[in-house]
Design a protein around this ligand. Structure first.
Ligand code: PAF
Length: 281
């Protein structure tokens, strides 16, 4: 089976429309490229649940702040193409920034209340850019289902809320985080980690997993978070942006420990800002 590489949004919509007319169900895996095993698992999930799978590769300028890594973000397009082919995607949608944001583009999606906390507090405008591009990709491709990794948990919550609030005819599916054998959550930005920081990075997940186990003790959320923060701060070279325990739908801070809460953190290690999260049980 040949995989199509489509650059023009109109051609992508046309291809999807033909598939829908044939009664085929379409899955979309939105990505910014630099694909790794975590993305491959999303593609496989989409293939298992749909007749056609589209992978979008688009480094979205509107979700990067002025001092962030937009220009430096890895763009290994040949390797990404190989990965999509190997995983059996039907189409790779690879639009240009000009095609996605024609001159004069002035409309954005704001998911208020969920976008300003956690990562949104240190990355103002980030989730506005994410919600906007995801809505555009959903409109262009028209999938029945779309797949996102739980590693970006806040992003997943924002996108689910947008789909609900705007009555989008798509099912948003969150998929489990894939990890390296030492526990580090897979991420395209792990490529930024020099060997010394890479060696330290698994301690982030270890601290969260330890915290999730500790959450079964009779503690207050404040005490629990304090202990986890201490452990994260002890990682050489680490600076903790936040560590939080929240309700998984509202992202509001938990007022008591219980199973099913999300424990999230963002930690800076050298040039990289790493995020991770686990569920309490
Ligand atoms: O998670 C990502 O790779 C991006 O934020 C997404 C969802 C593809 C939007 O650009």
């Amino acid at each position: 089976m040949t995989m199509r590489i489509v650059e023009d949004p109109g051609s992508m919509s046309g291809l999807s429309a033909r598939w829908r007319k044939q009664g085929e169900r379409i899955g979309l895996v939105p990505t910014m490229g630099a694909l790794h095993a975590g993305h491959a698992s999303l593609i496989r999930r989409s293939r298992a649940e749909n007749d056609r799978t589209v992978v979008s590769v688009f480094v979205n300028p509107t979700q990067f702040g002025p001092k962030e890594d937009f220009s430096a973000y890895p763009r290994p397009f040949s390797a990404d193409t190989l990965c999509c082919r190997r995983e059996g995607a039907d189409a790779l949608f690879h639009p240009s920034p000009e095609a996605m944001y024609p001159a004069g583009s002035a409309s954005f999606v704001e998911v208020t209340g969920l976008s300003e906390t956690l990562c949104g507090a240190v990355r103002p405008g980030h989730f506005r850019g994410v919600a906007t591009v995801v809505l555009k990709l959903l409109n262009i491709v028209g999938p029945h289902r779309a797949y996102f990794g739980e590693k970006d948990f806040q992003q997943l919550v924002v996108i689910k809320r947008m789909a609900r609030d705007l009555d989008l005819p798509v099912r948003i599916t969150g998929c489990p985080t894939l990890r390296e054998p030492d526990g580090l959550a897979m991420s395209s930005r792990n490529a930024y980690l020099p060997p010394a920081e890479r060696a330290m990075a698994p301690a982030i997940h270890a601290a969260l997993a330890w915290g999730a186990a500790l959450s079964r003790q009779p503690l207050t959320p404040r005490t629990l978070l304090g202990r986890i923060r201490e452990r994260l701060r002890a990682i050489p070279g680490a600076s903790v942006d936040y560590v939080a325990l929240v309700d998984p739908e509202t992202l509001q801070p938990a007022d008591a420990l219980r199973p099913g809460l999300r424990l999230l953190t963002a930690v800076r290690l050298g040039r990289a800002r790493l995020i991770d999260n686990v569920i309490t049980s």
